[in-house]
Structures are given as structure tokens and as C-alpha cells.
Design a protein around this ligand. Structure first.
Ligand code: 76R
Length: 280
């Protein structure tokens, strides 16, 4: 009764690619100073050039998206976010880094495996129209149809961005995993769809206030990693990260049902600058 709609039975060719959307991998590395000291400067220089090329998002056979960031704090020094239709193309990046002379000095301390998706709570045009009516817009009002038309026009591009995201040109990124809890007193998964949908609509309304300051990508990881979603935020300035996470904790969907994993804050830069900064 409360179950999400099942996908139509898919008997197409077996494949490791998704029917729609991309695989996504977040990787975090720390630098091991003892291992680094064992590597000669000439080997390091050659490896730096190789890694710069491996992480170059513009090289011919690069994955669709590759983002490098400098991460502060003890959990990581270097962060990567990689998206592509082919999970093995994504995996070839850490493999290639490991195979360079700097490989032994770069320890993977965290990874997160997920896929892009269009959430079941993204309103259809019909659901959007119904919400307008419930919010008091009169269907005979000219703005009613105009709003519906605008949403209908916007929706395909918004869904494309969820499935095949462009990385926004913003300097700060924050990543954290999250779940919706299954506690006897607050179990997201026993709530009917209508309740979950209303809570997610409240969540969307509170999120929209950050338009222009924060962009977000929610990737799904149920069955792929230990948490249910990865939350990737990008912001125009660091304080917006704190503000959005703080503010959205008051949404009922988060206040009552969400739990969060460790947070990784990074500053986006080219691979060459990240390697320089890390004194590799
Ligand atoms: O994508 C959309 O804009 C449609 C509305 C929407 C959905 C369906 C939306 C809007 N989110 C959706 C789904 Mn979200 N979101 C989070 C977090 O820190 C927290 O409290 C939780 C982490 C943030 C910061 C955030 C931001 N959202 C989801 C889902 C999937 C649920 C599912 O499918 O079961 C999760 C886990 C989740 C979590 N969300 C927005 C934002 C922001 C800023 C918006 C408004 C975006 C905009 O339209 O401008």
C-alpha cells in the first residue's frame, strides 16, 4: 500500500549501465607522510603529471564529470567526485592513481557509491497543479495556467540536471550521507505516500529559499552503500553550507526522520593546484 511504484519489468540486455542516469563515486584521500618520504622527488614529479592528467575532466576519455577539491580536517586531504554511465570507467580513476609512484602515499579513507535519480517526490505536472489548487490558486485565474505551463516547461531540464548533473561553478562543496530512520516511534517507511509527499513538499519549499546561494545533488545509495543517500552541496560562500544544513534540519522530514553521517567540506580547485597545495 505504501510501496513506491514498481518499474516496468525490464528484460533488455543485461548491463552494468543504468537504464537512466549515471553512477557516482565520492572518494576521499589522506596523505601518508611516511609513505611520501619514501618516494624520490623525480618519481613524485612524474606522478604529479600523471595524476593531473588522470583527473583532467577535459581529456578525451575522461568520465562525464570529475571534480577535485581540497578537504580540510583530519578525515581527508583530497576529495574527488566522479560521475559516468560506466561504473568501471569511474573506478579506473582510483586504480590509475594507485598505480602511480604517489599511489602508496595516497590512502583512501572514505568512499561513497551512489547513483543519480529523479526522486519519487518530484511533483508531476498534475501533482503540481493540485498543489496550486490546495494552496488556494483559483483554476480560473490566469496565473494558474501560466504557472502550470512554466512548470511543465521547466521539468524536463530539472530532471535532466538530476540524472546527468552539471557541476555548478561554485567554490565550496560539502558532502554527507544520510538515512531516513526506521524507528518504532518515527518510521519513514511506514508512513503513507501522501504523508511523505507532503513532508517532502515542505522540504522543497524550505530548500528553494537557498536558490542562487546553494546547489544540491541528492544521489541514491540504497543497495549501493551503507547509507540511503549522498547529499552533495555546492555554495557561493562557506556560510551558506552551515545555514542550509541548519535551516533544513527544522523541516519535519529531517527533524523527525533524518540521520546524517560524517561531513566533508572541500574547496574546489584543479588537480594541479590540489597537488601543489598538498605538497605532493
Ligand atoms: O529537486 C527538487 O527541487 C524537487 C524537490 C526536492 C526533492 C524531491 C528537494 C528540494 N529535495 C528532494 C529530495 Mn532535497 N535536500 C536534502 C538535503 O540536510 C538535510 O536536512 C537533508 C539533506 C538537503 C540539504 C537538501 C536540499 N532531498 C530529497 C531527498 C530524496 C528523498 C527521496 O527520494 O526519498 C533527500 C534525501 C533530500 C535531502 N532539497 C531541495 C534541498 C534543496 C536546497 C532543495 C530545493 C531545490 C530547488 O528547487 O531549488
Amino acid at each position: 500500500m505504501n510501496r513506491p511504484p514498481q518499474a516496468a519489468q525490464n528484460l533488455s540486455e543485461p548491463t552494468i549501465k543504468l537504464t537512466e542516469g549515471w553512477h557516482c563515486l565520492h572518494l576521499y584521500y589522506t596523505v601518508d607522510p611516511a609513505a611520501l618520504n619514501q618516494i624520490s622527488e623525480s618519481d613524485r614529479a612524474a606522478a604529479r603529471e600523471q595524476i593531473e592528467q588522470i583527473l583532467n575532466p577535459h581529456r578525451a576519455d575522461a568520465p562525464e564529470r570529475v571534480q577535485t577539491s581540497i578537504v580540510t580536517g583530519h578525515r581527508a586531504d583530497l576529495g574527488l567526485m566522479i560521475l559516468d554511465p560506466d561504473p568501471l570507467k569511474i573506478d579506473s580513476i582510483p586504480t590509475a592513481i594507485r598505480a602511480t609512484a604517489l599511489g602508496p602515499a595516497l590512502k583512501r579513507t572514505c568512499s561513497f557509491v551512489s547513483i543519480t535519480e529523479v526522486s519519487e517526490y518530484v511533483p508531476t505536472v498534475e501533482q503540481y497543479a493540485e498543489k496550486l489548487r490546495l494552496d488556494g490558486t483559483d483554476p480560473s485565474d490566469v496565473t494558474y495556467q501560466a504557472k502550470i505551463n512554466a512548470y511543465e516547461q521547466r521539468l524536463p531540464a530539472m530532471n535532466r540536471q538530476r540524472l546527468y548533473p552539471d557541476i555548478p561553478p561554485l567554490p565550496v562543496t560539502s558532502f554527507y550521507p544520510m538515512n531516513k530512520i526506521r524507528h518504532p516511534q518515527a518510521n519513514w517507511y511506514t508512513e503513507p505516500f501522501s504523508v511523505r509527499s507532503a513532508l517532502m513538499a515542505e522540504h522543497a519549499t524550505s530548500g528553494i529559499k537557498f536558490a542562487g546561494r546553494v546547489s544540491q545533488l541528492i544521489t541514491a545509495s540504497t543497495g549501493f552503500d551503507d547509507w540511503e543517500w549522498g547529499v552533495t552541496l555546492w555554495s557561493r560562500a562557506p556560510e551558506h553550507i552551515k545555514e542550509i544544513v541548519y535551516t533544513m534540519r527544522f523541516d519535519q522530514a529531517s527533524a523527525r526522520y533524518a540521520e546524517f553521517g560524517p561531513f566533508y567540506v572541500g574547496y574546489i580547485c584543479d588537480a594541479i593546484d590540489a597537488l601543489k597545495h598538498l605538497k605532493l
